[in-house]
Design a protein around this ligand. Sequence first.
Ligand SMILES: C[S@@+](CC[C@H](N)C(=O)[O-])C[C@H]1O[C@@H](n2cnc3c(N)ncnc32)[C@H](O)[C@@H]1O
Length: 209
Amino acid sequence: MVRTEQNWENSFHFFWRFIHNPLKIGALRPSSAQLCRATVKAIEPEKCRCVVELGPGTGVITQYLLNSIDPQSRFLAVEIDPVFHENLQKRFPGTAIHRGDAEDLGKWLQPQKSGLADAVVSGLPWTLFTESQCRSILAEIASCMQPDGIFVTLCYWHAQWLPSGLRLKKLLKDYFDAVEMTDTVWTNVPPIFLFRCSGRRLTPKKEKR
Ligand SMILES: C[S@@+](CC[C@H](N)C(=O)[O-])C[C@H]1O[C@@H](n2cnc3c(N)ncnc32)[C@H](O)[C@@H]1O
């Protein structure tokens, strides 16, 4: 049974952080329960021995992930916002939640010592990043993943036709052999879908020169 904490306090807290730092948070409210379920389904949690979450925010997806993976599996999250980070540590005591930039994922995951991730889930606001930031983060993710690992990232439905959404899709195709779009979660505000990527490339298809 999946237990979640999608309540007004959570939503208010999220909005409050957005007001403080809109260029880092990138959304007005946390993901809906339907989106959390779609995200968990996309990574096939029962097969995962190591799951990473980037940009957990208030922890709505985190809760679903922790409830879905085997308790023996490794879970690690990276959150850049100090207040979200502090609250996540209180909400999920004993869980590896690091404060910092997704670009430094390997520093915490230590794949050479502790193994690569089977799944990486991202709530990162790609549209707010420069192309070079996107590339650094995607290269880091690819280098931290098993060859048959799955990468899942959120994209607003309307953004798929905007330059930022088109750029994200193109970049994902540089770092992954297969990039699928899931069904749209219409009940999310705003509607959203996931890019589900597999076949990570350690050398991207092309670098912008
Ligand atoms: C759109 S919110 C998503 C929050 C949550 N995953 C959800 O679905 O409700 C983006 C989150 O990414 C975090 N973030 C932004 N840039 C980041 C970075 N470079 N590294 C790690 N986290 C980052 C923000 O602080 C925020 O918590």
